[in-house]
Design a protein around this ligand. Structure first.
Ligand code: OXD
Ligand code: MN
Length: 654
């Protein structure tokens, strides 16, 4: 029996359960009587829901994939709380999750140590023409801007994986909407998965269930298929976290509007609405329909005069997007609200105003480093209804990770994410995996914006790019215009983090913070962005670059966190047209004295924060030129070449 079907055969084991009663009495009885023996046709084995109630296209999709994957049961998700409770109960019974009893409805999942992050090297876009996916470069260049495989080669690869992969398991059918149901921004997907962990996580991260099906009608949808890749072929104790890391592959077929993910249960690889649909497939739809699907947070800022503006900001993974979106500003009279922390879908409205929605409904945030000091709003958000993955637990039913406030920890025992009991500070191991996560509903965030679910979206007045740049990049600068701003996005770099399979710290290119998430050729993506400047009816927002992470001999030069409001305030004033800027070779920087430093307790070396070291910048432009030539090749738009040449001239004249 499979992961969540375990209690048919293995309901004897007792754990310290929060809910030791199955929330669905009828189902519980049936499970005990083992009367769900699989009927030979898949219509007969539907355990929950009714195939005949589904739109015809959805039904066909399910039947087709069920025939291939051969699940024992099918469960059509209705998205109700009752269903969620049932799945949490089953997950708990089979040991996949355990309750964190200190908090209301909070759970901890620990993965297989080989399944802890997105796997970029195994993530592919499959298009007939290679150059639809990756730029046209010299033959010997290995692209860092995506992995391509032909649809037929990928079909072959998947044919050796999916057939029979759900044997002994339940196939869950998750109808989901990215974006508020019914909004013109929103897109619907149907995810089939054999992981109940994925269902309960998707329920947090998107809108799922019957209401999505109702709004779909008989329209097309994005087909999403996911399997942990571990059929259960005999009566055995299923793995706590079934996965198949050696066979993992995440395939996107843009021409078929289809996503297939095999072998990993980890969020970025398995919650297919997020990176796979909202960014990779999303960016392709966006280009076709003339909008943007971006790896950006969306935040509202209200100044002391009560004027409110919304900004979108792109930072590579684990650069503090969640902290910024939820920040508590240190300057009195300012209010920051969060619309989203990871993904923005933006389009110009009929008045030429750029508007954005957050297509997600929850936060899948990196836990380590999150604390009352760095992000009090996140700490309040995760106090209930949250699923934690790969964090440490405490013996009083709490969670723990590196950087969490150490209050009351002295006499409390910590069990690390690897299950090491009595974990000790200074032991040389991490209590939580560096990429451990919390998955929490957005509406629990204390600073959630009043318009976060608006189907019209919020109007975006500035776009901000940023990365972890220990050297050379000033605290903030503004692009000269939209085209220069697109060049800044294209030139984005950052120190690597634990969100993907990288090891060690290295400054790498991450254009638009989208490098792992481009659904199509980056050169074409640049042309798409550049095409908006030509349309005079559009009010293209100002574009900025920030760097909270510049270092001096003593460490970070800028205090960051709530103090970042000082930089956002400058951006706000620039958007309002204030003359508080001066020219520099890289863009407009704040006029000396124009950043609001009132009340900042810490000494800040402004010269060091804004210095443009000649040697650094000469090396930077040369390296950028090499990068664009080798990685974007003949797909590099002329306008970007011109921007690069102009920057080069300014730098070499410094
Ligand atoms: C994420 C990521 O999980 O960017 O959001 O890796
Ligand atoms: Mn992200």
């Amino acid at each position: 029996m499979g992961q969540t079907d375990l209690l048919i055969n293995e309901n004897k084991q007792e754990t310290n359960m929060a809910n030791d009663k199955c929330p669905d009495e009828t189902l519980s009885r049936k499970l005990k009587d083992n009367c769900y023996a699989c009927a030979p046709d898949y219509t007969g084995s539907v355990l929950y829901g009714n195939l005949n109630d589904l739109p015809e296209k959805v039904k066909c999709f399910i039947q087709d994939k069920a025939k291939q994957c051969q699940p024992e049961y099918i469960h059509i998700c209705d998205g109700t709380e009752k269903e969620r409770d049932l799945l949490l109960y089953l997950l708990q019974k089979d040991g996949t999750i355990k309750p964190l009893n200190k908090y209301e409805n909070c759970w901890l999942a620990r993965t297989d140590p080989d399944d802890v992050a997105r796997v970029e090297s195994k993530t592919f876009i499959c298009t007939t023409n290679k150059t639809d996916t990756i730029p046209n470069t010299k033959d010997d260049v290995v692209s860092t801007l995506g992995n391509w495989m032909s649809p037929s080669d990928m079909d072959c690869l998947l044919e050796s994986r999916f057939p029979g992969c759900m044997k002994g398991r339940t196939m869950f059918v998750i109808p989901f909407s990215m974006g508020p149901i019914g909004s013109k921004f929103s897109k619907i997907g149907i995810q089939l998965t054999d992981s109940a962990y994925v269902v309960v996580s998707m329920r947090i991260m998107s809108r799922i269930g019957t209401s999505v099906l109702e709004s779909l009608g008989n329209d097309d949808f994005i087909k999403c298929l996911h399997s942990v890749g571990k059929p259960v072929t005999s009566v055995q104790k299923a793995d706590r976290w079934p996965c198949n890391p050696k066979q993992t592959v995440i395939a996107h077929y843009p021409e078929r509007h289809e996503i297939c993910s095999f072998g990993s249960g980890y969020g970025g690889n398995s919650l297919l609405g997020k990176k796979c649909m909202a960014l990779r497939i999303g960016s392709i739809l966006a280009r076709k329909e003339r909008w943007f699907a971006e790896h950006m947070l969306i935040m509202g800022i209200e100044n002391p005069a009560g004027v409110k503006k919304y900004f979108a900001a792109a930072f590579p993974s684990a650069c503090g997007k969640t902290n910024l979106a939820m920040m508590e500003p240190s300057l009195p009279g300012y209010k920051v609200t969060c619309v989203g922390d990871d993904i923005a879908w933006m389009r110009f409205d009929e008045n030429g105003q750029l508007r954005a929605i957050n297509p997600e409904a929850g936060f899948f945030g990196v836990a380590p480093g999150t604390s009352k000091k760095t992000n009090p709003n996140a700490m309040k958000t995760i106090e209930k209804n949250t699923i934690f993955t790969n964090v440490a637990s405490t013996d009083d039913g709490g969670f723990y990770w590196q950087g969490l406030d150490k209050t009351n920890q002295d006499n409390i025992q910590i069990t690390s994410w690897m299950g090491i009991k009595n974990w000790q500070h200074g032991s040389g191991t991490d209590p939580a995996h560096p990429n451990s996560r919390f998955c929490a509903p957005a509406n629990q965030c204390p600073n959630i914006d009043e318009n976060w679910e608006s189907s019209e979206g919020v109007s975006i007045e500035a776009i901000i790019f940023g990365g972890r740049r220990p050297e050379g990049l000033p605290l903030v600068f503004e692009s000269f215009d939209w085209t220069h701003g697109v060049f800044l996005g294209a030139s984005l770099k950052s120190e690597t983090t634990a969100a993907a399979e990288y090891k060690g710290k290295l400054v790498v290119h991450d254009p638009f913070a989208m490098r792992p998430f481009f659904g199509y050729n980056f050169g074409h993506y640049l042309k798409h962005w550049l095409s908006f400047q030509a349309n005079r009816k559009l009010n293209c927002p100002k574009i900025f670059h920030v760097n909270w992470f510049r270092k001096g001999p003593e460490g970070f030069l800028w205090p960051g966190f709530g103090e970042n409001i000082r930089v956002l305030d400058w951006i706000f004033r620039r958007v309002q047209g204030e003359d508080c800027h001066v020219m520099s070779p890289v863009g407009y920087i704040p006029r000396p004295g124009s950043l609001n430093m009132a009340g900042l307790k810490q000494e800040v070396d402004m010269n060091a924060l804004f210095e443009l070291p000649v040697q650094f910048w000469r090396a930077e432009v040369d390296e950028l030129e090499h990068y664009f030539n080798s990685q974007v090749g003949s797909d590099l738009p002329d306008k970007i070449k011109q921007e690069l040449n102009q920057l080069k001239q300014r730098i070499y004249n410094m």
